[in-house]
Design a protein around this ligand. Structure first.
Ligand SMILES: [Zn+2]
Length: 142
């Protein structure tokens, strides 16, 4: 029951913040449509529809647009490697090198869907040239 109430509140409340819409993986134009069509925990985690299912905004502004997301994903990977190594060093007392390699590999592999999705979202929000344009039904005050 509380889950239904929370879900209803989320649906009713319009996401007006770009940061909140980015974190929720929503369209940069309407902040309603999901940018990814499959779940993060599936092999199709990177699938995107051609256009936003709510407002029709193209999810790939130009061919090859998401090549730049590789650089953002690289930064995420470096952060994941560093954070994992720091945790191993300070929390687990500097274990053997094979523990570092194995743990970093497992953590980076498990976080790949998040890294890919958020690197694409950052590219779309930073360089996509799309600005928030609420639909009239969403723009009314709550
Ligand atoms: Zn949209």
């Amino acid at each position: 029951m509380p889950y239904r109430i929370i879900n209803l509140l989320i649906v009713m409340a319009a996401i007006t913040s770009n940061a909140a819409a980015l974190l929720a993986l929503r369209c940069p134009r309407c902040h309603e449509g999901n940018i990814f069509s499959a779940r993060a925990l599936s092999f199709r985690f990177a699938d995107m529809p051609a256009a936003c299912p709510v407002c029709g905004q193209a999810t790939e502004p130009e061919p090859g647009f998401y090549f730049g997301a590789m650089f953002v994903s690289y930064a995420f990977s470096v952060a994941i490697f560093a954070a994992t190594a720091l945790v191993l060093y300070f929390v687990f007392g500097d274990p053997a090198i094979w523990v570092y390699v194995t743990t970093v590999t497992i953590v980076a592999t498990l976080l790949t869907p998040l890294s890919v999705r958020y690197s694409r979202m950052l590219m779309l929000y930073w360089f996509g040239g799309v600005h928030y344009h609420p639909r009239p039904s969403v723009a009314r005050p709550l």
